[in-house]
Design a protein around this ligand. Structure first.
Ligand SMILES: [Zn+2]
Length: 82
């Protein structure tokens, strides 16, 4: 067992060893320059952060809508005898 990190082929999404230069399945060139790989990791991290912020914003929006609009609607319904 090598225990090395795995690298997914960008073309067929098959697993290759990190030091492979050609995909073992589709035989395409899968060499990624180290700086590019670091940049990709950084972007993935940022994307994850943005998604968390978006989820938080959505949750806040939903909670605000339910407590505000929801109670107003309930009052209106009671007044109308619904
Ligand atoms: Zn491939």
């Amino acid at each position: 067992m090598s225990g090395g990190e795995k690298f997914l082929c960008p073309f067929c999404i098959e697993e290759n060893s990190a030091d492979a230069t050609v995909c073992r399945v589709c035989h395409r060139d899968i060499v990624v320059p180290p700086p590019l790989r670091a940049e990709h990791q950084e972007l993935s991290r940022k994307r994850e952060q943005l998604r968390l912020e978006l989820d938080r914003a959505k949750a806040g929006l939903k909670a605000g809508r339910e407590s505000g609009l929801g109670s107003g609607l309930g009052r209106a319904r009671r007044r109308l005898g619904m």
